[in-house]
Design a protein around this ligand. Structure first.
Ligand code: WQD
Length: 339
């Protein structure tokens, strides 16, 4: 069985990717410090998969632990999700973000090299594009000044990977630039588990509908878009998970010393108000929301060109925005009022 290490594998995207990996015949092994995830995810995974996944509790910055994990498992490759990712928090605690997000990658690369593990899929973000001048945004679109320390750690990590490969190592690496991950596994056994007040739109919508939040604030409707609210490319987390499986398969066919990067989005943009309207249609509920001021740091509109990933990895999205909202709402209802 082909073993894959998933750092941050108990997290939102990591846990859904674990399911996709098992479905594709891989054996995922999780390492997670549970700083932004919950052990209940492991039982959710067991319900879906019908078996326990092996996991290590700990930090990717802990090289002793990481060496132990690699000594105990013969990995074909690694998917690196583990990172702090709250945009707002990163502006308050930049050193926490720079040390955690960058040191963990450096320690992981060193440990992989020491154990002869070549293949790595890195979790990057469309945030590296900032506000693109031309849309849809392609991989050739120049990256812009990061809007936050979080976004800057993603840019810096991409540069580390590029320079590492340029140094001639035999590693084979892909960076995936995620657009906006939404939705949940159709079973409702796993999903997005924002700890505390959600930053992201869809969990805030579903928590408002559950009565956990009093009302949703739409951060501005005076943008130059169809209805004045911001546009994003909302991609179902299971489509995103599938992109990781396809990236690993592609890496296994490449020569040594390989690096490439791909956008992972649907290729469509939707406004905030369209997402709300979709939720109301799916749930048959009227959502309690109001229009508030713009959120500092928000860009106006972004959506992906998916030409490259479709052509090279043979990946394309299967789920629609309605599917994503349906699955998010199903997950929230199963969660109940738990926050
Ligand atoms: C989406 C839209 C908000 C909440 C960030 C990171 C990105 C990735 C996803 C980590 C925006 C609007 C939101 C609310 C609102 N993070 N909104 N009311 O900011 O596009 O992307 O999260 O990987 O890297 O940059 O996602 O869900 O926060 O916002 O009106 O209560 O919803 O203004 O237009 P964002 P988001």
């Amino acid at each position: 069985m082909k073993k894959i290490l998933i750092t941050g594998g108990a997290g939102y995207i990591g846990s859904h990717t674990a399911v996709a990996l098992v479905d594709a015949g891989f054996e995922p092994v999780i390492i997670d410090n549970f700083s932004n995830s919950d052990k209940s995810v492991l039982s959710g995974l067991k319900h879906i998969l019908g078996k326990d996944l092996s996991y290590y509790e700990g930090d990717c910055n802990d090289s002793t632990l990481l060496n132990k994990v690699f000594s105990e498992n013969d990995f074909q490759g690694v998917i690196h999700f583990a990172a702090f990712k709250a945009v707002g928090e990163s502006t308050q605690l930049p050193l926490k973000y720079y040390s955690n997000n960058i040191d963990s990658l450096l320690i992981l690369l060193e440990t992989m090299a020491a154990h002869g593990v070549k293949d790595l899929v890195f979790s990057s973000s469309c945030t590296v594009y900032g506000q693109p001048d031309v849309l849809p945004v392609s991989e050739d679109t120049p990256r812009q000044e990061a809007e936050s320390p979080y976004g800057n750690t993603k840019k810096i990590c991409e540069d580390i990977l590029r320079d590492y490969i340029k140094s001639g190592v035999n590693s084979r690496i892909i960076s995936l630039r995620y657009f906006n991950p939404v939705g949940a596994h159709p079973s409702g056994e796993i999903g997005e588990l924002p700890l505390g007040v959600p930053n992201n739109l869809v969990p805030f919508i579903t928590q408002t509908a559950m009565g956990i939040r009093e009302k949703l604030t739409v951060f501005g409707n005076d943008y130059n878009t169809a209805d004045g609210s911001c546009v994003r490319d909302y991609i179902h987390v299971m489509d995103l998970a599938d992109a990781h499986v396809k990236a690993l398969a592609y890496l296994s066919q490449q020569k040594d010393n390989f690096y490439d990067l791909f956008n992972v989005g649907t290729g469509n943009g939707n406004t905030v108000l369209e997402v709300i309207q979709t939720f109301e249609k799916i749930s048959q509920l009227a959502l309690n929301y109001h229009i508030g001021p713009r959120r500092p740091g928000d860009i106006e509109k972004v959506w992906a060109s998916t030409e490259k990933i479709q052509k090279v990895l043979g990946w394309k999205p299967k789920y629609s925005l309605e599917d994503s909202i349906r699955d998010s709402w199903n997950w929230q209802q199963k969660l109940g009022e738990k926050v």
